[in-house]
Structure formats: structure tokens, C-alpha cells
Design a protein around this ligand. Structure first.
Ligand code: BGC
Ligand code: BGC
Length: 722
């Protein structure tokens, strides 16, 4: 449909119809829904929704299948006066039926293509089931692993998050201009705007408190990158930003999002977030909640009814200009048009079922590859790994035969399709004894069975970790430990004298010190998704070589949180030279450093790298080219991630000790050598000063080149005035 036609359509709509466009509801509240839940009647009553409302509502959240979409859309179009189709949105966060590793794990892949592929497969499968929009990418920067939703983020670094956010948008949307004809692509929704990941103390839905400069410097860039990459929607956050709930924050949504970031797409509230501004204490009642959110530029209200019940009165009593509603509705119509819904409200599914696109061997293979690149080898003492397939294995632990390995925000993937660890291991190891234990208890009976199994085997593989429900939304923990039974299990197994390989399945950085100490090898697999068992087996036998690098620091202990690599320097930093002195910044009981730092991860290969001579001085605005020669000294092919960090040593405001500015993952055959070239442009040198201007300043800088945030070569660079 041409732009002019959309405006004409808007002009035909009554105020009631326009307001209804701004409402998003669960599928079962619509006529024609396949799953017409029993509570539909009472819930509609409770929400005070009439047929007129549901027959004109703009959008559906989380429908269950293609059948559901077809049936709801068909019933809807029979009664919708102007024939404006519904738009179907869903949480497709790390895969659809074929589940990929959780986003925190994907962050560890440091691989843009892997992440883009995840999004492509998600779009292919989700569109086959009738979805139009995904509520992804989630680009909240995270520094507190107590927060359950760290699993849903790509980690603690603004640059990594930006790069992977762009890759996700590219994967979901394909060629953005062709969304109207490419029915295998989804529109992407960037969330949660803004700074939801900074909830104080890692407590879910808690207050966020940070300076505006910090917001611009570290929290906004990833959302911005995805928006510039063409993401069609943005979702507000539950939290306050500088005291004002994000959902009614005019400065945030109008000045920053619309004006500075030039975002023209649909801004949708998070679930219930419009009504929740009343709980925040910034609106007196649903009418004010509706008014303030609409004034702030929120186009669509998810799952609460402030707009549908209040906007009309606000307009007729002249408290709110109808033009604001017109703008919102036009953006919603535009989105529907961008997806081709006016031409075909079923996006091809009426003529032809695409169910054969779902959970295919090819999709599974892509998920497996993503799992392999996302796992992080944390320890490998005496090169215990990889193991020969002939090794007699005792597989022990709560995750041995668990299907709870898909990870949080798996709305459509099913456990029955997941490959368990034991299943995967059986395919490669001919001799395997399994002892399944509970997540939270270790019994004497278990111990007897374990002792027997270990005695009959050569190597122990422990499969430890979290239940999915211990993380994700509303999955905050005050202490990021596994249940004590799992540490006890590891300690007990250690006493039996065989080498121990610990595999970890979890959604957040954990206290792993005790596990690292008693394990000969420690492999962080996160929640790898549908192919979990195959991924684990491939890595253990070296069919694949670990290449993941941590996207989030692992604290020594919970009390060290927040600990992240790109922190500021203090006035009294602890250094190698002053360790042991009292009046320097340090803890009495633990080291300052995290247990495992950002960017860290081992390989079965052995890599060496050498950085070619760098300039000692450049002018403002000039770029620096960094040439790194990487050598694989081993007989094992593998991948390494070359990472470039920058520090502005003498700036007008204190700047982080280092910040990731470039990375490249490269593949090297056995004993191969390659040279990669990375660039630091003036963008990499720029930051927000105290006037919130993004500038580059002259002065002393340090460039760090290496394979983690701590294994680096250091170079000094003077940046001079032109
Ligand atoms: C979450 C969002 C999600 C939405 C829809 C909210 O509770 O915060 O991330 O997209 O629900 O399910
Ligand atoms: C919560 C949402 C959540 C949804 C998941 C609701 O009850 O309020 O925040 O996303 O459940 O289905």
C-alpha cells in the first residue's frame, strides 16, 4: 500500500477504532482462537473489554501456531469494518522450535555470523507459524549476574552487544525494505528501552539509578546500533530512568529515541508497563497513565487497558491532542504495511503451509554449530580434554539426563525435541555409565552408586548446573551459587581419584571457584538449546574445538558484584607494586580481579600472536590500523578471537581501564599462521564528555591487543591536536 493510502485509511477511522489499534492482547481473548482458554470470559470482564474492543484491537501477543493465527485473523477480518489486519508479535528470543543457545552464550561466540544465522533460522520458523514480529533483540547491558535476565543479554560490553544486536536485526529482518514480500522474515523489536539491565542489586523490576552520561556512554549504544540497523520496533523498559518510568519518560522516548536516534517505528510498552506507572507513583490513575504514556510517544499498550478505556475521554475533554493518537496509529499501520499485511494478512500461509521449515535437520545443525561456538573452556589442566572416544566414562549429575537444557525465554521450543547430555555422549563414547542425581540433594545412595560407577571408569564427566526456572524473568538470586549439593558432589567425586571434567549448564555467571579447583577440566556450556547433548559430546571428544570467550565476567564470589572489566580507575588503584598495602583499593578477603575475566576462554589449540609496530603518535581524527599475526602452534585446528581494547589515559573525565573496540574471530588450521587487520577509527576514540558531547580528546592512550581482556600486549599512543 502506498503511503498516501495509509493516511487516507487513517482519515477514515473513528476515534474508537484508532484507539483500539493501539491495544495488544493475548490470542485467547480473540474470537477464532484455537486455545480459547476457560478464563477468557472472566478475564475479558475483568479487563472490561467488549466485542467492539477485541474486534478492533491492533495486535496479538504470543499466538500458538499458524493454525491459531489463521483462525484468529480470519474471524477478525470478518468483523473489522475497514479490514485492517491484526499484527502478531511473539517472544522468539534464541530460536523458535529449534532452540539455539541463550543470548549470553551467543555473546560468548564473539561471532557475528553465528548470531545472524540464529536470527535467520528463528525468522524462518516463526513466520512459518504465523508470527510477524519478534520481541528481540534484547540489548540490555548487564553487570549483575544476580539478575535472572542476564541470560537474555549478550553481556557486559556495549561494543559486543552493538555488533551482535546489528547481526540479529539483519538476521530477523533480512533486507528491511523487502519485509513486505519476504514472508520468511520477521520485524525486530529492540528492548528494553532503556537500561533495564541495571536494576539495582540484580533485583527484578527494581529501580535503575545512573547518570545521564553513563546512560549515553554504556547503555544506549547497543539499542542505537540495532535501531540504525533498521529495527522496526522498540519496547519500553519496566524501570525508571532518572526517576521517571521509561514508559512515560518523554525525554527518553521523544528527545532521545525519536529525535536523536531518529527512530520512526512503533514504540510498544512492555507487558503492563503503562498501568504500572501508577505503582511507580508518577500517575494518579489509569487516565494519567494513558495520558503520560501517549504523550511520551508509546504507540501500543501491551496487555493493560489504560489506552482503550481512557484515551477517548482525554481527547474529548481536550487533555490530550488527537494528533498524538493519529501519529501512533499511523506508525502502527505503517508497520503492518511494511510487513505486507494489507496485501496478504496471512503472509502466504493460507495458500501454503510452511510447517516443513520448522525443526529441520539443517536448522538443528545450525543450532549445533552455534552451541559449539558459544561454549567456553574455562580450565583444561594437563590438557585432559579432548578425550578419546574409547575412554570409559562415568557421567554423573543432575543434568545427565535432563531435558531442561533449552534455557529461559523458550516459549515455543519443546523439551521433547532436546538432545540430552547422556544421549549425545552415548553416540560417541562406547562405554558410559550414568548416575543421575537431583539438582538440590546428594544422598548416601547416590554416593554408593557414584563410587561404583567411578571405579569402573577412567574419567568422570560431571553435568552440573541450574534449572532454567532459577533465571530468566523474575529469576533473581541473592547468591549466585549452585545448590550446595552440587559442590558436595564435585568434592566427593574428587576424592575417588579419577580425572574430573565438569560440564556446566546455566544461565548466568556463577560462583565456580570450588568447581574449578576440584575439576581437571571445566567447560561452560550455558543452556545450549535443542542440540545440547550433541554439542557437549562434540566438544568433549574434540570433534569440535572450543572457541567461546566470556561475554560477562565471573565474580570470585557474590559479594564482589558488580565486577566488570571496563570499570574506571580509582585514585588509589591496587597494582602489582603495591599489593599488600592497606590504603589501596582492595578487598581483605578476595582478589580484586574477577575469577574469570571478560573475553577469556581456552582452546585445544595453542595460539601465539604478534602485533605489528603501531604508531606512537596520531592526529585527532586519524585511524590506527592494527595488524596482528596469529599462529596456531598446535596440531589441532581451531578458532581464536583477537580483541583490541583502548584506554584514554588522560581525558577530561575518568575513562575505563580498557574498552573493547574491535574483535575478529579467525579460523586457523593446525600450524597455520594468519594476519588480521583491525581498525581503530576516531569513533573508537570518542566518548561523552560532561556536557554530553561525543568528542575525541587529545592525550595519552593505551592500546591493548590480545586474546582476552587480560592476556594482552600494551602499546602507548599520543593523540595530538591537528
Ligand atoms: C518481558 C518482555 C517480553 C514481554 C512479552 C515482558 O514481561 O519483559 O521482554 O517481550 O513480556 O512477553
Ligand atoms: C508477566 C509478564 C510475562 C508474562 C509471560 C506475565 O504474567 O507479567 O511480565 O512476560 O507473564 O507470559
Amino acid at each position: 500500500m502506498k503511503q498516501g493510502k495509509l493516511t487516507a485509511l487513517l482519515a477514515e477511522m473513528t476515534l474508537d477504532e484508532k484507539i483500539a489499534q493501539c491495544l495488544q492482547l493475548s490470542p485467547f481473548l480473540f474470537k477464532g482462537a484455537i486455545k480459547n482458554a476457560e478464563l477468557t470470559g472472566p478475564l475479558l470482564q475483568e479487563m472490561k473489554l467488549t466485542d467492539a474492543h477485541t474486534e478492533n484491537a491492533g495486535s496479538v501477543l504470543g499466538s500458538s501456531s499458524a493454525e491459531d493465527m489463521l483462525s484468529i485473523q480470519e474471524a477478525y477480518l470478518k468483523t473489522n469494518r475497514l479490514g485492517i489486519p491484526l499484527i502478531f508479535m511473539a517472544d522468539v528470543i534464541h530460536g523458535y522450535k529449534t532452540v539455539f543457545p541463550i543470548p549470553l552464550a551467543l555473546g560468548c561466540s564473539f561471532n557475528r555470523e553465528i548470531v545472524q544465522t540464529m536470527a535467520e533460522v528463528s525468522a524462518l520458523e516463526a513466520t512459518a507459524d504465523g508470527h510477524h514480529v519478534t520481541f528481540s533483540p534484547m540489548l540490555d547491558l548487564v553487570r549483575d549476574p544476580r539478575w535472572g535476565r542476564v541470560m537474555e543479554s549478550t553481556g557486559e560490553d556495549p561494543f559486543l552487544n552493538s555488533e551482535l544486536g546489528k547481526a540479529m536485526v539483519a538476521g530477523y529482518q533480512g533486507e528491511t525494505e523487502k519485509l513486505h514480500e519476504n514472508y520468511t522474515n520477521l520485524a525486530a523489536c529492540v528492548k528494553h528501552f532503556a537500561a533495564y539491565g541495571a536494576a539495582e542489586a540484580g533485583l527484578e523490576y527494581n529501580t535503575v539509578n545512573m547518570s545521564t552520561r553513563e546512560l549515553y556512554q554504556n547503555y544506549l549504544p547497543a539499542y542505537d546500533a540495532a535501531i540504525q540497523a533498521g529495527a522496526k520496533l522498540v519496547m519500553t523498559a519496566f524501570n525508571v530512568v532518572d526517576g521517571v518510568p521509561a514508559t512515560m519518560n518523554k525525554w527518553l522516548n521523544r528527545d532521545v529515541l525519536r529525535n536523536e536516534m531518529n527512530f520512526n517505528g512503533v514504540l510498544i510498552s512492555d507487558w503492563g508497563a503503562v498501568a504500572e506507572v501508577i505503582n511507580h507513583g508518577t500517575a494518579r490513575n489509569p487516565a494519567e497513565a494513558a495520558q503520560f504514556s501517549m504523550e511520551a510517544g508509546v504507540d501500543m499498550e501491551m496487555m493493560t487497558t489504560c489506552y482503550i478505556h481512557e484515551l477517548k475521554d482525554l481527547v474529548t475533554t481536550n487533555k490530550l491532542s488527537e494528533s498524538l493518537i493519529d501519529e501512533a496509529v499511523l506508525r502502527i499501520l505503517q508497520l503492518k504495511n511494511d510487513l505486507g499485511l494489507f496485501e496478504d494478512p496471512y503472509r502466504g500461509l493460507k495458500e501454503k503451509s510452511r510447517q516443513t521449515d520448522i525443526l529441520t535437520t539443517v536448522n538443528r545443525q545450525k543450532s549445533r554449530e552455534a552451541g559449539l561456538e558459544s561454549a567456553v573452556l574455562l580450565e583444561n589442566k594437563q590438557q585432559l580434554l579432548p578425550l578419546s572416544p574409547k575412554t570409559k566414562i562415568a557421567l554423573i549429575g543432575p543434568l545427565a539426563t535432563s531435558s531442561d537444557i533449552l534455557g529461559g525465554w523458550t516459549v515455543y521450543g519443546e523439551e521433547k525435541d532436546a538432545i540430552q547430555v547422556e544421549t549425545g555422549l552415548r553416540e560417541v563414547f562406547s562405554e558410559l555409565i550414568t548416575v543421575q542425581t537431583d539438582y538440590t540433594t546428594l544422598t548416601e545412595e547416590n554416593k554408593t552408586a557414584i563410587a561404583k560407577a567411578v571405579q569402573a571408569s577412567e574419567v568422570v564427566v560431571l553435568a552440573l548446573g541450574e534449572k532454567n526456572e532459577w533465571g530468566g524473568e523474575a529469576g533473581s538470586l541473592a547468591t549466585i551459587r549452585l545448590p550446595e549439593a552440587q559442590y558436595n558432589l564435585a568434592n566427593y567425586v574428587k576424592t575417588l581419584g579419577k580425572p574430573v571434567v565438569t560440564t556446566l549448564f546455566n544461565g548466568r555467571p556463577l560462583e565456580v571457584k570450588e568447581l574449578a579447583e576440584v575439576s581437571d577440566a571445566l567447560l561452560e556450556l550455558w543452556f545450549p538449546g535443542t542440540e545440547a547433548g550433541h554439542v557437549t559430546a562434540d566438544l568433549l571428544v574434540g570433534k569440535s574445538n572450543p572457541s567461546g570467550k566470556l561475554s560477562m565476567s565471573f565474580p570470585q564470589t557474590t559479594g564482589q558484584i558488580p565486577v566488570y572489566y571496563n570499570h574506571l580507575q580509582t585514585g588509589r588503584p591496587q597494582t602489582e607494586g603495591n599489593k599488600g598495602e592497606r590504603y589501596v583499593s582492595h578487598y581483605l578477603d578476595i582478589p580484586n580481579e574477577p575469577y574469570y575475566p571478560f573475553g577469556y576462554g581456552k582452546s585445544y589449540s595453542a595460539f601465539e600472536w604478534e602485533t605489528a609496530e603501531l604508531p606512537k603518535q596520531i592526529r585527532l581524527g586519524e585511524s590506527v590500523e592494527i595488524k596482528v599475526t596469529v599462529r596456531n602452534k598446535s596440531k589441532v585446528a581451531g578458532k581464536e578471537v583477537i580483541q583490541v581494547y583502548l584506554q584514554d589515559v588522560t581525558a577530561s573525565i575518568s575513562r575505563p581501564v580498557k574498552e573493547l573496540k574491535a574483535f575478529e574471530k579467525i579460523f586457523l588450521q593446525a600450524e597455520e599462521e594468519k594476519t588480521v587487520s583491525l581498525e581503530l577509527t576516531s569513533e573508537a576514540f570518542s566518548f561523552y564528555n560532561s556536557k554530553l558531547e561525543k568528542i575525541q580528546e587529545p592525550g595519552l592512550h593505551r592500546i591493548f591487543v590480545g586474546t582476552s581482556s587480560v592476556e594482552v600486549d600494551t602499546f602507548e599512543l599520543e593523540v595530538g591536536e591537528i
